[in-house]
Design a protein around this ligand. Structure first.
Ligand code: GTP
Ligand code: MG
Length: 252
């Protein structure tokens, strides 16, 4: 794909992200533990460093992996925002790295990595809107945590060097309806999950895996859910979108 459709739509966001970084004293980049390296945005990191701002990294969704493939460092914190105990750990991590007090702290990262969830965790209640839909947060929102910390929620950004739609989709950063070939993406997801945690597929879709062929698995899911087309053909396109959305939600 020559042009990144996602980027074309998000150029306004990108301008805003630049403004956000400029207005922040500290920038916290959120990564998805399922692909911590892949959800780093080195473009954004360069921008942060170029502006002389301090950068911290939070690897989120640790509950979805057996182990986190990311180096340990004093500038990195691994959490699961589904775990309430993470709130104190994360707050202390940010507090001990504040360049000044009070400070403006921008929360940035790929779409759907859990930025808004983290803001709610730190606030202790729902302040930012959360959804398993990439691109959910559209605008910026400041949320005061305490007298020292003012957090900024921001829309997810995909770097301009990320041009492959399938790679973006596998990172959970593009909505299922916007993907050109959902069945191919679903195959890749199913292949990975069948290797790592096949029980999750059987449990989520109430099926028994009889083969490793992802297209057959899509057929099984569609049939089990009564999603049939004319002549009782399983609607595998619908099943593919279900699989993609369930992956984004962390169900599989
Ligand atoms: N399992 C699990 N799910 C999480 C975690 N953090 C967030 N989520 C889920 O991930 C999905 C996306 O969360 P959001 O907080 O809306 O993500 P975001 O980064 O703000 O997304 P955009 O606004 O689209 O950029 C939601 O369904 C959350 O419930 C986590 O630590 N573990
Ligand atoms: Mg959000």
């Amino acid at each position: 794909m020559g042009k990144n459709r996602f980027l074309a739509k998000s150029s306004g966001f990108r301008y805003r992200i630049r403004r956000i970084i400029e207005s922040a004293d500290l920038v916290v980049e959120i990564l998805d533990a399922r692909d911590a390296w892949g959800t780093r945005n080195s473009e954004l990191e360069k921008l942060v460093k170029g502006r002389g701002k301090r950068l911290l990294t939070v690897v989120n969704k640790a509950d979805l992996v057996k182990s986190v493939d990311y180096p340990e460092s004093s500038k990195i914190c691994v959490i699961s925002s589904k775990n309430r105990g993470s709130a104190a750990i994360l707050k202390e991590f940010i507090r001990s790295n504040l360049p000044k007090k009070p400070a403006r702290v921008a929360i940035v990262g790929y779409p759907n990595v859990g930025k808004s969830t983290i803001i709610n965790l730190l606030k202790g209640r729902r302040s930012a809107s959360v959804a398993p839909i990439p691109g959910h947060t559209k605008g910026v929102q400041w949320v005061r945590i305490d007298e020292d910390i003012l957090l900024l929620d921001s829309p997810g950004v995909v770097p301009s060097y990320e041009r492959d739609e399938i790679s973006i989709a596998l990172k959970g950063a593009i909505e299922a309806d916007q993907i050109k070939n959902p069945e191919y993406v679903a195959h890749k997801i199913l292949e990975k999950v069948m290797r790592e945690n096949p029980a999750a597929i059987e449990k989520t879709y109430d099926i028994k895996l009889a083969s490793n062929d992802p297209q057959e698995v899509l057929s099984l899911i569609a049939t089990r859910r009564g999603r049939l087309l004319k002549r009782n053909e399983p609607d595998t396109l619908n099943a593919a979108k279900t699989v993609i959305r369930d992956r984004y939600k962390g169900k599989i």
